[in-house]
Ligand binder design. Structure first.
Ligand SMILES: [Zn+2]
Length: 187
């Protein structure tokens, strides 16, 4: 027993590899659910109509489905479907794809429809274990394995890459806007 870093209660706590914070089960679960629901609000999907949610074939899809059903299950906004109207991609997968793309000269843009933006596979596996959600996490490929080696020295590496990806895209976006404005003022 130790003190939870969030609720400060003396409870059974655990730590995740990338975070110095100790969580109790309740605070950890609430934290991940909050992140997914915040991503959902920011996605703009709720404004567009119903959220189509599929159980999917991977553990990350199953976890998002579980959280959406828990919080929106009774809402007319929620519809179980064969295909989801959102993405469920953890930070490890996005960061690995971003680096692969970068090597090839393409800059991958984070999708606003990704409800697992800045959520890690470690969090998903832990959540699934606590809620007894069955399934297997995706295989993130070759770059993921190279980055996983770096993760031993810098546990937050995947988060740093994802945040950099966001910044790079923002800077490209504003760069394009500026160009547009310049063109207008010239003509
Ligand atoms: Zn707690």
């Amino acid at each position: 027993m130790s003190v939870c870093g969030v609720c400060r209660k003396r409870r059974q706590v655990f730590r995740l590899g990338f975070s110095p914070c100790a969580f109790c089960e309740d605070c950890f679960s609430k934290n991940l659910e909050r992140k997914i629901l915040r991503n959902l609000r920011r996605s703009g999907l709720l404004k567009k109509g119903r959220i189509e949610a599929s159980l999917g074939t991977t553990l990350e899809q199953a976890v998002v489905f579980y959280v959406l059903k828990k919080h929106l299950g009774r809402s007319p906004k929620f519809a179980e479907s064969k295909k989801s109207s959102y993405l469920a991609e953890p930070v490890e997968s996005f960061s690995s794809r971003f680096i692969s793309g970068f090597i090839e000269g393409a800059i991958l843009k984070p999708s606003s429809k990704n409800l697992l933006w800045l959520c890690s596979a470690e969090e998903i596996k832990k959540y699934a274990e606590l809620k007894k959600i069955p399934g297997k996490i995706s295989n993130y490929g070759k770059i993921f394995h190279i980055l996983s080696e770096t993760k031993k020295k810098d546990p937050a590496i995947f988060f740093s890459i994802a945040r950099s990806a966001e910044k790079i895209n923002e800077s490209i976006g504003s760069g394009r806007e500026k160009k547009g404005k310049e063109k207008k003022s010239c003509s």
